[in-house]
Design a protein around this ligand. Structure first.
Ligand code: ADP
Length: 681
């Protein structure tokens, strides 16, 4: 049977003068214990009716009630059963009511003796969801009702409860009637012998209850703040964990913007990358509610150029490195500056922004990492009513911004690491290449040297002519090996910046002569093409390191001879390149270079045939060395060719020391004033 009528409501109906009060659960526990202790400490045999909401609450007190039952035979305990509780008549009467019964929401304790009577009748208040710390948390439960020493109220309450018990357990009718006769017979009236509210609840007790309530309230507040903090930390943790899972900056910002926007309940949330000197940022990550608080559609900022340089708020954040809050964009003087006349003034920029995107309240939190601005988090509230961000909300957004900063730096570090890895891989490839070429370049001449020396050692009868040939071959191959090792060392010195440049005023003609003499000593007669020099008269001096300049010229000439048949032609030409440089060109009529390889030839170990199939000798390091050398005096080197078998032109520039107008030669080859000479081997 389910009775929906509340006992408290019935009492208030018949005694409307009673004033209800709110009690925390712990206060009710203390009051109930005090009332029970009074019974246990006294010598009376009172009528006691205790209504527990659930069996589990009764079970916590069952031991006290077993002791109370030894005091009186009129003890009634009511509860909604959960496991074992049922109607029974043992040491006391147990009354089990349906969990859907109104009693399951009520907490009653009525004690009526000869000397005193008191009662506690309360109903549990529903806790609003926003106040609920945790459904399991007992401390936040609140009740509303009456606690009194008034005998008349206690008798009325007892009567209502005894009647209710009779509904559940009609078989107890006689016992209940007896209780009514023994305890409820006489209301406290003048001359009845019962004091109306005796003993008077001491004012001290009243105060104690007030303190108890106040303490409980403070406790509850503390719990609430702890719970808020916990909620904040959980949110920060969950967002942090999610964004830290990614090493892609775009993914980090997208996750953070969505999670934060949702958690903060804002109309719009933006996260963009920027640095202090940027003039604008393009918005790519946005959380957007479709409508504002007043149901008006909101427009997206994605793809927008978000002003930064003309944005007073942004500039202020850059200066102070602190978050900035505009509670009401329509009232804030920073946005509604009256002096803003021009449509392009900073404050009209902000006004336009606010209007276009219906921003009513605006929060900007910088994403900083070690004082460096990496980006910005913005929250917008749109609609008629400004939004006031609470301190804890601001703290939350700042905590997330910090995490975004860390995640962005982490992603950046990862990208750098990947770059570094690629460089390392390239270096590794170079190293392997180096090993392969070194192996090949050194092994071939080494084998020849070995064969020659072995033959010389094991063939004592070898003719003196053959002996000479053997020795010459061994010597020339040893020279080839020496050259390779020298090139490696030279390039390594140049690349590591360990070369001391001796820049001096030089005559190009002299340098060309020196390089030509080297070529003559390297190439025997008839083996190389004709070399023609076209050096204008009155050339200005150049500023370079003489030794390296001769080395570059010799290398280019050597290549030209190497890749051109003896019937071909090699030309050295000098022209002005702007006012401050001379351009030296070594051109040949040889095998040429494919247009898509013109840059590659300057790479270390580049050889058209591939390192291991080389036929012309050389290390593939010559042009790489030349590029490093020319770079050393601030010049440039490059190659031109019309393609295969069309010849090649290698150009490099050298700075002039003092360009003079009269020394400037007329352009074009073979013009008057040019000194033309031909060199044959
Ligand atoms: P190598 O020791 O192989 O000559 P270089 O660095 O001097 O090394 O040259 C690299 C490659 O560039 C050569 O192997 C060749 O394929 C190409 N190259 C250089 N100079 C010329 C040229 N004058 N004509 C055609 N190809 C050339």
């Amino acid at each position: 049977m389910i009775v929906k009528t509340s006992v408290l409501a019935s009492l208030l109906k018949v005694m409307p003068q009673l004033r209800q009060q709110v009690y925390f659960k712990s206060s009710l526990t203390a009051l109930s214990h005090a009332m029970e202790d009074q019974v246990l400490a006294g010598s009376e045999q009172p009528l006691i009716i205790a209504c527990f909401q659930r069996e589990r609450f009764y079970r916590q007190e069952a031991h006290r009630y077993r002791r109370i039952a030894q005091r009186t035979h009129q003890l009634y305990v009511l509860a909604a059963p959960e496991t074992e509780f049922k109607n029974s008549s043992d040491s006391h009467e147990s009354i089990a009511f349906d969990p859907a019964d109104a009693l399951s929401k009520e907490w009653h304790l009525v004690v009526i003796g000869q000397q005193y009577a008191n009662c506690l009748l309360c109903r549990e208040k529903a806790t609003p969801i926003s106040n609920r710390l945790n459904s399991e948390m007992d401390t936040s439960r609140r009740f509303e009702g009456i606690w009194t020493f008034d005998r008349n109220v206690s008798i009325k309450a007892a009567e209502l409860l005894l009647n209710r018990i009779e509904v559940y357990r009609p078989e107890l009718a006689d016992k209940l009637q007896q209780a009514k006769t023994d305890y409820l017979g006489e209301l406290a009236t003048e001359g009845s012998g019962f004091p109306a509210d005796s003993p008077n609840p001491d004012p001290f007790v009243q105060r104690l209850v007030t303190y108890l309530q106040a303490g409980q309230y403070k406790l509850l507040k503390a719990y609430r703040s702890i719970s808020l903090q916990e909620h904040r930390e959980r949110l920060v943790n969950s967002i942090t964990t999610t964004i830290r899972r990614s090493l892609d900056p775009h993914e980090v910002m997208e996750i953070a913007v969505q999670e934060l926007g949702r958690a903060m309940g804002s109309c719009r949330c933006l996260i963009y990358r920027c640095n202090a000197t940027d003039s604008a940022a393009i918005i790519t990550h946005e959380y957007l509610e479709t409508r504002d608080r007043d149901g008006i559609n909101l427009c997206s900022t994605v793809g927008q150029q978000w002003p930064l340089q003309d944005n007073f708020l942004f500039q202020s954040i850059v200066e102070h490195q602190e978050s900035l809050l505009v509670e009401d964009t329509q009232q804030d003087p920073r946005i509604n500056h009256t002096r803003a006349k021009s449509a392009n003034s900073p404050s009209s920029t902000l006004k336009n922004l606010v209007q276009t995107f219906s921003m009513r309240s605006w929060l900007m939190v910088p994403v900083l990492y070690q004082g460096q601005l990496l980006g910005m988090v913005e929250l917008h509230h749109c609609g008629e009513i400004p939004y006031r961000w609470k301190d804890e909300e601001l703290a939350l957004v700042e905590a997330i911004a910090t995490q975004v900063g860390v995640a962005l730096i982490q992603a950046q570090a990862y990208a750098n690491l990947q770059d570094l890895n690629q460089q390392l891989e390239a270096l590794d490839r170079t190293r392997s290449n180096l090993v392969a070429i070194t192996g090949h370049e050194l092994r071939t001449p080494l084998s020849t040297v070995q064969v020659c020396l072995e033959s010389l050692a094991t063939e004592p009868d070898m003719s003196p002519e053959l002996r000479q040939v053997m020795l010459n071959t061994a010597l020339s191959d040893t020279e080839r090996m020496r050259k390779l090792v020298q090139d490696f060392l030279t390039l390594s010195r140049l690349e590591s910046g360990r070369v001391e440049w001796n820049l001096e005023a030089l005559s190009l003609q002299e340098c060309i002569d020196l390089s030509l003499s080297q070529i003559r000593s390297r190439w025997s007669e008839g083996e190389r093409p004709q070399i023609i020099t076209q050096v204008p008269d009155n050339l200005p001096l150049v500023r370079a390191d003489g030794e390296w300049l001769v080395e570059t010229l010799a290398k280019l000439l050597d290549n030209a001879c190497k890749f051109t048949s003896p019937q071909g032609k090699v030309t050295i030409d000098i022209q002005y390149s702007g006012n401050s440089m001379l351009k030296i060109t070594v051109a040949d009529t040889g095998r040429g270079i494919e247009p898509n390889r013109l840059e590659d030839v300057f790479d270390r170990f580049y050889q058209e045939e591939g390192a291991l199939r080389r036929t012309t000798g050389g290390t593939g390091l010559g042009l790489a060395i030349c590029r490093q050398i020319v770079k050393g005096w601030g010049g440039r080197i490059w190659a031109d060719s019309a393609g295969k078998d069309q010849g090649s032109q290698f150009h490099f520039t050298v700075p002039i020391i003092a360009p003079t107008s009269e020394s400037k030669p007329s352009k074009g080859k073979g013009k008057r004033g040019n000194k033309r000479s031909e060199v044959r081997g």
